[in-house]
Design a protein around this ligand. Structure first.
Ligand SMILES: NC(=O)c1ccc[n+]([C@@H]2O[C@H](COP(=O)([O-])OP(=O)(O)OC[C@H]3O[C@@H](n4cnc5c(N)ncnc54)[C@H](O)[C@@H]3O)[C@@H](O)[C@H]2O)c1
Ligand SMILES: O=P(O)(O)OC[C@H](O)CO
Length: 349
């Protein structure tokens, strides 16, 4: 059954997901505050700033009016950077005409509050307006989704019914959607992989090779799982699309904003220059701050995150940070995994 769906945020990801929903014959209202972008999308069916050369389906209507986008809408896709989530969620409360299911597709953790995005949304939108929150995450660059290349993602919610409904809305021949009830793991995996992608970009920028990148992905996954499990996630989620899947794509793809930013840092640019040059959101920077705080709060060792924190916020030389990572005290490789699985060490080590 087709329905009207609002997508809030006409950047790369909001536009690509609007295309998926429009391909599934839904009437998509794509909201952005940028009037020039609205006119371009409505008149030429292009969003050249974010997805150059992609012709958008005609059943996407863009608007600067949140009221127009939200009237009689039951599903709202939030596709803005993490730092804009609270502001846009508060606007939804004012404009919604019926209770809504929010599908958030952002990847971050809020520094200081240390909340996941679904928790921020629950704080901002009262229960009489918010029906359910669903997260959609996984290895999915907008540039490839908009070309209709095969992509797999996972959706998660406290409500299995809501997750199933969102699976049905998005699923098509090019875009395969799984469900996973572990919302903590799905949100933590999606947020923290950006830190490791920045590190992988730095490593490539310095000129290190595939060995170093494979090490970052593998040991990065270990520290994500270590923290995520302490926060209540299912360790198996980190072997799935929102875990290793998203780590692989973000650490190895030229499309990745986080990898690209890291690459520039590794080549010697400073953080301010890099963010200026990117012109798109690099979520890993803010998430590094939050993860650094989380590792202290949960007393979990996160050496790669710690190294990145020193590079980004204490101006440590990236090469020196790598030297320090390599020179840490020796360890047993499986110690982490066994702790994560909660298995008895004496039986397995
Ligand atoms: N680009 C991808 O391939 C991709 C894939 C999966 C997930 N994501 C996640 O989706 C989120 C959005 O990423 P993106 O790549 O689309 O970012 P983007 O930089 O391409 O676009 C962000 C959009 O949000 C809007 N925006 C920013 N602040 C706003 C505010 N305060 N109020 C209203 N609108 C605001 C911008 O105008 C822009 O339209 C991020 O959390 C990212 O990690 C992106
Ligand atoms: O381009 P990035 O680095 O923001 O990553 C985008 C998506 O999260 C990849 O799944």
């Amino acid at each position: 059954m087709t329905e009207k769906i609002a997508v809030l945020g006409a950047g790369s990801w909001g536009t690509a997901l609007a295309l998926v929903l429009a391909d599934n014959r839904h009437d998509v209202f794509l909201w952005t505050e940028n009037e020039e972008r609205v006119n371009e999308i409505n008149m030429t069916h292009m969003n050249s700033r974010y997805l150059p050369n992609i012709k958008l389906p005609e059943n996407i209507t863009s608007t600067t009016s949140l009221e127009e986008a939200l009237v009689d809408v039951g599903v709202v896709v939030l596709a803005v950077p993490t730092k804009a989530i609270r502001e846009v969620a508060a606007e939804v409360v004012k404009a919604a005409t019926t209770p809504v299911t929010i599908v958030h597709v952002s990847k971050g953790i809020e520094p200081d509050s240390l909340l996941r995005i679904s928790e921020m949304i629950e704080q901002e939108i009262p229960a009489n307006v918010l029906r359910d929150v669903v997260v959609l995450s996984g290895p999915s660059h907008a540039e490839e989704v908009s070309l209709r290349h095969p992509t797999t993602v996972t959706v998660s919610s406290k409500s299995s019914e809501a997750a199933g409904k969102i699976q049905d809305l998005f699923m098509n021949q090019h875009f395969r959607v799984y469900t996973n009830p572990d919302i903590i793991g799905v949100e933590i995996g999606g947020a923290l992989k950006n830190i490791i992608a920045l590190a992988a970009g730095i490593s490539d920028g310095i000129g290190y090779g595939d060995n170093a990148k494979a090490a970052l992905i593998t040991r990065g996954l270990a520290e994500i799982a270590r923290l995520g499990t302490k926060m209540g996630a299912n360790p198996l989620t980190f072997s799935g699309l929102a875990g290793i899947g998203d780590l692989i794509v973000t650490c190895t793809s030229v499309h990745s904003r986080n990898w690209r930013a890291g690459n520039m840092l590794g080549k010697g640019q400073n953080l301010a220059e890099v963010l200026e040059n990117m012109g798109m959101v690099v979520e890993g920077v803010r998430t590094t701050k939050a993860a650094h705080q989380l590792s202290a709060k949960y007393d979990v060792q996160m050496p790669i995150t710690n190294a990145l924190y020193n590079i980004l916020f204490k101006q440590q030389d990236p090469k020196k940070a790598v030297d320090e990572l390599m020179a840490r005290v020796k360890k047993h490789e499986l110690e982490d995994l066994i702790n994560v699985l909660g298995a008895k060490q004496d039986e397995l080590l």
